[in-house]
Design a protein around this ligand. Sequence first.
Ligand code: MLT
Length: 397
Amino acid sequence: MKINPHFSQLKESYLFSTVGKKTAEFQKTHPGREVIRLSIGDVTRPLAPVVIEAMHRAVDDMSRRETFKGYGPDQTCYGYGVLLDSIQGSYARKGVALGTDEIFISDGAKSDLGNILDIFSEENVVLVPDPVYPVYVDTNVMAGRKILYADANEQNGFLPMPDPAVKADLIYLCSPNNPTGAAYSKEQLKEWVRYALAQDAVILYDAAYEYFITDPSLARSIYEVEGAKDCAIEFCSYSKTAGFTGVRCGYTVVPRSLVREGTPLNRLWARRQSTKFNGVSYITQMGAAAVFTEEGERQIRENLGYYRENARLIFSCLEELGIGYTGGKNSPYVWMKCPFGMDSWTFFDYLLENAAVVGTPGSGFGKNGEGFFRLTSFGTRENTAEACSRLKNLLLR
Ligand code: MLT
């Protein structure tokens, strides 16, 4: 018996677990201090009333023999028609035509971003931006794939562009980006699509934060770019869009026209999901189906507006302090430069010790994140305002 040897190549713990552990230690040694967490992007607003009503109705359905549901429909990998139709409708409003058989319901983007690797050979070379959401790197390290990095830094506005000299098979893009908050324009995504098509590569496009985009020149789906359906898989989530971090629902789009080595990837993914996944609960799917209704959209936009205002408080505070940042405008994350030339973990400790505010060290997202720090706008208004005032008191002093 041998264990997977690639696990020994991983960092000891997942970034957010390390942050959580350090925070818990601080709380143990400082029992009286009220700690404000602006680290992991976990939402704080309650679910929209239309979602709650739909979930209540779904619970009642489960109580009656006539409307009770067991496993979801297997022809669609357990996605219910009403939810698939609502997602299809939301794409149509972005000008993207999709078949419902191109949409797969999941329990969130993170799982699918990791699980999708099942359908690709371990020999593929992977290209990921640096800094980046650690899941892309860690899941490929677990599989022993070779990883190349595209540097995202202040010079390119944290939006690396393709280098034709680099040969890659799987390309991860995340826009609006986690952690930097930078977002690609349609023109920039066109270049990535052109590059992927030329290389016969597949783009794994993480669009978990697309609902934070307000600037119309920015793409909300990679499929707004011509040719993308021939080279990209898109991952979306209700977590940040509709506050589903504790409910769990997302969707992944694998277009029918995405074919490699004569094999439609849509078919491979359906095979993988029907074998290893049992679907998302009926109650959750009915709640999710209420999100992209007219009233649902209105209600989730209220919550998104709340988080946007939090982001504004954070970046206004940084502006007052004369600290450089990206993000916060089309993204829930504000990516700040650490003050006084501190490295990321030193600033983490400094902020925790002196202000009892927790953020995420940029270096945890990759080498180019060193010297940066990520703050989330998903906290409560009171906590965000209090964190800003503590930051100001500390740094002005
Ligand atoms: C983050 O803080 O980067 C995210 O909340 C993590 C996640 O969505 O898994």
